[in-house]
Design a binder for this molecule. Structure first.
Ligand code: PMP
Length: 426
C-alpha cells in the first residue's frame, strides 16, 4: 500500500512526467494522478485500495467492464500456447472475418498494435493509392501522434496546449489542411479550390477528443460527396467510435460509408491493438500485394487477438447496445437535470456508450470553439470533487467519457447522488 504521491515522485525520476501518455499525469486538472492497482467490472482500485466507479475505461476499450472473466480466460488460454510468433495464425483470420462481417465497408483489414499506427498507415495507403500528398483533418480531432496528424490536434495535444507539436517538420505539416469540425461549407470551398490535390479526408465520425461532439446532420454526407466528386479517399477514424457507438460503428449509426476505416480500443479488449481496413480496391495496394509498405513485429499478436475476438463476440449479443445507450443517456440527462437544480449550467452530448459534459450555458455544443469556451475551472473543481467521492472521470475537459456494460443501475444512481452533492458544493 503506497500513497499515489510517493509513487508519482518515484515515477517522475525515470519516466518523463511520470507517465507513459501525457493526459494521465493530471496536468489537465492539476493534482496527483491516481495510481491503479487493479480493476474489476465498473470499478478501478487505487494503490491504497480505494474504489472508484470508472468512466474512463482505459479511454474506451473496456466496453465490457474490466477483467471480464471470459476475456481473461481467452487471454490465459492463448498465452499458454506462446506469446508471439511473427508468423500467420488462424485467429488473425477469425478476427479479420469478424471485423469484415460487422462493418460492411471493410472487405479486407490489416491488424496493427495501436490506433496511431492504424491512422498513420491508413494515411500512407490513401496517399499511395490516390497519388496525392495533401490530407484534410478537422481541428480538435485527434488521430494519434504521427507527424502528419499532429496538427491542430485534440486530446492530450489540446490539454497541453501543443495542438501542433514541435518536432513535426513544417514540410510535413504543410500537407495537412485543417478545417473546423461540422463546417460543411468550408469543406466544399476547400475542395472547389484544391480538390484535385487532396489524397484523403480523415475524420472522427463522432469527435471524441475535444470532449464529445456528434456530427451535425449532413456533415458526414458532405464529406462522402466531395470525396466521390474529387476521387479522394474518405477515412473514418473509428478508433474510438468503432463498436462504441453501436455494433456497426459510427458508419452504420449515421449510414455513411467510408473508403477506409481505422479501429482500435474496443477491438483489442484492453490489449494493444489497432486495425485499418476498407474496400478491396484500396487495400490491395498494401504490401505484399501492392507497393505501399506497412509492417509490424507484433501485429496480429495472438494474445491481443484472443482478447479482442472474445470482446467482439460478447458485444454482438442481442440488446447489448440498446442497454449501453440507455444507461449512457440516463446518466447524462440526469446529470444535466441535477446540475440544473443546483443552479449549474451543464450541457451534455452522448452517442451510444460515449458521452461529453460541458459546463456552459449554451444549449447545444457542436463546434470546437464552443468547447474551448466552456468553464474549465468549474470542470476541474467538479472533477476533483467527484474523484474524492469515488467517481473517476477523464482528467481533462477535452476527453469523452465512457460507460460499460458492467455499470449497474446502482452504479449510475450512486454516481448521480454524488454528483448532486458535488454540484451543490461548487
Ligand atoms: N484515433 C482516435 C479517434 C483516438 O481516439 C485515438 C486515441 N485516443 C487514436 C486515434 C490513437 O490511438 P492510440 O492511442 O492507440 O495510438
Amino acid at each position: 500500500m503506497t500513497e499515489a504521491s510517493a509513487l508519482f515522485s518515484d515515477a517522475k525520476l525515470v519516466i518523463p512526467g511520470g507517465v507513459n501518455s501525457p493526459v494521465r499525469s493530471f496536468s489537465g486538472v492539476g493534482g496527483t494522478p491516481v495510481f491503479i492497482d487493479r480493476a474489476q467490472g465498473a470499478y478501478i482500485y487505487d494503490s491504497l485500495g480505494k474504489r472508484y466507479i470508472d468512466y474512463v475505461g482505459s479511454w474506451g476499450p473496456m466496453i465490457l467492464g474490466h477483467a471480464h472473466p471470459d476475456v481473461i480466460t481467452a487471454v490465459k488460454q492463448t498465452a499458454e500456447k506462446g506469446l508471439s510468433f511473427g508468423a500467420p495464425t488462424e485467429i488473425e483470420t477469425l478476427m479479420a472475418k469478424k471485423i469484415c462481417e460487422l462493418l460492411p465497408s471493410i472487405d479486407m483489414v490489416r491488424m496493427v498494435s495501436s490506433g496511431t499506427e492504424a491512422t498513420m498507415s491508413a494515411i500512407r495507403l490513401a496517399r499511395g493509392y490516390a497519388g496525392r500528398d495533401k490530407i484534410v483533418k478537422f481541428e480538435g480531432c485527434y488521430h494519434g501522434h504521427s507527424d502528419s496528424l499532429l496538427v491542430k490536434a485534440g486530446s492530450g495535444a489540446l490539454t497541453f496546449g501543443v495542438p501542433s507539436s514541435p518536432g513535426v517538420p513544417a514540410a510535413v505539416a504543410e500537407n495537412t489542411i485543417t478545417l473546423a469540425y461540422n463546417d460543411s461549407e468550408a469543406v466544399k470551398a476547400l475542395f472547389a479550390e484544391l480538390g484535385e490535390q487532396i489524397a484523403c479526408i480523415i475524420v472522427e465520425p463522432v469527435a471524441g477528443n475535444m470532449n464529445c461532439i456528434p456530427p451535425e446532420p449532413g456533415f458526414l454526407e458532405c464529406l462522402r460527396q466531395v470525396c466521390d466528386q474529387y476521387n479522394s479517399v474518405l477515412i473514418f477514424d473509428e478508433v474510438m467510435t468503432g463498436f462504441r457507438v453501436g455494433l456497426t460503428g459510427a458508419q452504420g449509426y449515421y449510414n455513411v460509408k467510408p473508403d477506409l476505416t481505422t479501429l482500435g480500443k474496443v477491438i483489442g479488449g484492453g490489449m494493444p491493438v489497432g486495425a485499418f481496413g476498407g474496400s478491396r480496391k484500396i487495400m490491395e495496394h498494401l504490401a505484399p500485394l501492392g507497393p505501399v509498405y506497412q509492417a509490424g513485429t507484433l501485429s496480429g499478436n495472438p494474445v491481443a487477438m484472443a482478447a479482442g475476438l472474445k470482446t467482439l463476440e460478447l458485444i454482438t449479443e442481442p440488446g447489448f447496445y440498446q442497454a449501453l445507450t440507455g444507461k449512457t443517456e440516463k446518466l447524462v440527462s440526469d446529470l444535466k437535470q441535477r446540475a440544473g437544480l443546483a443552479g449549474i449550467a451543464l450541457t451534455t452530448n452522448s452517442v451510444g456508450g460515449m458521452f461529453g459534459l460541458f459546463f456552459t450555458a449554451e444549449q447545444q455544443v457542436s463546434r470546437f470553439a464552443q468547447v474551448m469556451n466552456c468553464d474549465q475551472n468549474l470542470f476541474k473543481r467538479f472533477f476533483h470533487a467527484m474523484l474524492e467521492q469515488g467517481v473517476y472521470l477523464a482528467p481533462s475537459a477535452f476527453e469523452a467519457g465512457f460507460v460499460s456494460a458492467a455499470h449497474s443501475d446502482e452504479d449510475l444512481e450512486r454516481t448521480l447522488d454524488i454528483a448532486e452533492a458535488v454540484f451543490k458544493s461548487l
